[in-house]
Write a protein that binds this ligand. Structure first.
Ligand SMILES: NC(=O)c1ccc[n+]([C@@H]2O[C@H](COP(=O)([O-])OP(=O)(O)OC[C@H]3O[C@@H](n4cnc5c(N)ncnc54)[C@H](OP(=O)(O)O)[C@@H]3O)[C@@H](O)[C@H]2O)c1
Length: 336
């Protein structure tokens, strides 16, 4: 049996979703993979809890009832540690970054220098610092996994990295942002952009500040990461993005009359990445609805592969994080 120590950085929706899977599937992971997990630290923006083994059920309850880990003073010692202190001080096998810290690459690099493996669902570190992070991990023989950053639980990263080893990727086209798809499909029903956005916010599909989705930045981060995996490292600054905020209800209706829909399409070719609203036939595999994501991957040998699935959601995103954690564990040697 391998016992693997974990540090959670971030204990929001996805962090707690991952913790719930680790609790609920504890026995399965022991039997199937011979792995046991010991969570030794949890950090949110208020504090860090650090101990031999943290009770996850209680941690979830405290976070959901108090809102901040800093209030959990009766059972655990509460440390005033920021993520950079955690990766230096806490001796964990895997650091799980489930924050939305845009500067997390700084402590990812420090974690790698300290010999820790990383699993993350946080996009900006990869969209801006892919080469540095992967190079640092490779140099040290450590694992750096990020399946959840693109298409949440739909395993496009592993497909590109592990399955299509002999193919040269020619092109990837996809819809990688569920919020914009939801808004555009609501506009197809006859409501305007503002009303569709308000509905998305009410249903929890769009965030309170939806600008990153609407202006194409979120899809751009994902397209950048895909380019790095399928071709060679670039940064978000090298790609072209255009959002959906100028699309009118009238345009949407006109195209619908011609059996076409508008979607925020990402195109990823070697040295050329763009995200922009495009019209596509209603019959195209890219014409997704709701919060589904889709990618068409074209390889020189395998031809076209269409991958479609959830592009967001707590359970779905946590599924990808947990897969990455398990795959990391399976590569760890000398663990008992
Ligand atoms: N939700 C999805 O469907 C989805 C899908 C794919 C990828 N992702 C990505 O997964 C990540 C987590 O998403 P989420 O929905 O769980 O977000 P969330 O609910 O807002 O949780 C973010 C967590 O990170 C913590 N945090 C942020 N900055 C921090 C810092 N500098 N130091 C310590 N803790 C920090 C927050 O602390 P507080 O609790 O104290 O605020 C919170 O616990 C994001 O990067 C997101 O883009 C999410």
């Amino acid at each position: 049996m391998k016992t693997i120590s974990l540090s959670f950085i971030g204990f929001g929706n996805i962090g707690r979703g991952v913790a719930r899977i680790l609790m609920n599937k504890k026995q399965l992971f022991k039997e199937k993979y011979g792995i046991e997990f010991r969570v030794i630290s949890i950090t949110d923006s208020s504090a860090t809890i650090w101990d031999e083994e943290i009770n996850l059920e209680e941690a979830i309850m405290i976070k959901e009832n108090l809102g901040a880990l800093s209030g959990w003073t009766n059972e655990y010692e509460v440390f005033d540690f920021r993520p950079i202190d955690v990766v230096r001080e806490v001796d964990s096998d895997i650091v799980i970054d489930v924050t939305n810290d845009p500067n997390a690459h700084i402590w990812h690099l420090q974690a790698l220098r300290e010999g820790r493996n990383i699993v993350t669902s946080n996009k900006p570190p990869l969209a801006f610092h892919y080469w540095e992070l992967i190079h640092e991990a490779g140099k040290r023989g450590l694992s750096y996994k990020f399946e959840a950053t693109v298409m949440a639980g739909t395993p496009i990263i592993t497909l590109l990295q592990e399955s299509l080893k002999g193919d040269s990727i020619e092109k990837i086209e996809g819809v990688f942002n569920g919020t914009t798809t939801f808004i555009l499909s609501e506009m197809e029903k006859g409501i305007n952009f503002e009303e569709a956005l308000r509905k998305a916010q009410k249903l929890g599909i769009a965030e309170r500040d939806p600008s990153g989705d609407i202006n194409g930045v979120d899809a751009g981060y994902k397209a950048t990461i895909l380019h790095c995996v399928a071709f060679h490292p670039i940064t978000f600054r090298e790609i072209k993005i255009k959002g959906i905020d100028e699309i009118t209800e009238k345009e949407v209706q006109q195209f619908l009359g011609r059996k076409q829909v508008i979607r925020l399409i990402a195109k990823v070719e070697e040295g050329n990445v763009s995200v922009e609203p495009m019209t596509i036939p209603k019959s195209s595999p890219l014409a997704v609805y709701g919060t589904s994501n889709v990618a068409i991957i074209k390889g020189d040998l395998g031809g076209e592969i269409v991958l479609k699935g959830a592009g967001a959601g707590i359970k779905e995103t946590a599924s990808a994080v947990v897969s990455d954690i398990i795959r990391t564990c399976l590569t760890l040697k000398n663990k008992t």
